[in-house]
Design a protein. Sequence first.
Length: 192
Amino acid sequence: MVQLILLAAGLSRRFGENKLLVPWQGQPLYQHSLTALWELTHRCADCRLLVVTRWPPVARQARGLGLRVCWNDHSEEGISSSLRLGLEAAPEADYYLCSVADQPQLTAALLDEFLTGFLSSGQPLGCVRHDGVPGNPAVFHRRFRPELLALTGDTGGRQVLRRHAEDCYFWDGPALRDVDRPEDFSALSPAP
């Protein structure tokens, strides 16, 4: 089973307000990633989705789709706190696909292609890469769960991917830009 984890609890310090609720193309920023992951669960029978957040609108939307929500009261500790909550909520998973909620260009088709390639590769780790730079989303075999659970601060799974680069499947795809500052919206191309 592949546990999809949407990390949507960040404090948007660089943005200046809660970026996840800022509209892009008529929807709150987080909605784009949530929709892509939710649609993937309809393409992949062995995928389940949970959302880690501290924001009531995100939690309401996820619950409205019938999804499990893990509440993060400690997101000021950094992304590792959200990652830990997601992993602890699904100890039975074979794989954990982690995605961030500030990549509005993420689509179910892209996720499906990445996950299919990863599962066919036989590698225990994988991530989307653009122009040689590894990024999100990323997927981890359960054997890396202890390393992921040991992360602290604003450190995500990238550290584990670096440590085990020889075990990593890199899927070369389009640039999936994170929105960290208001000006980052101008660099986004319209969603397909």
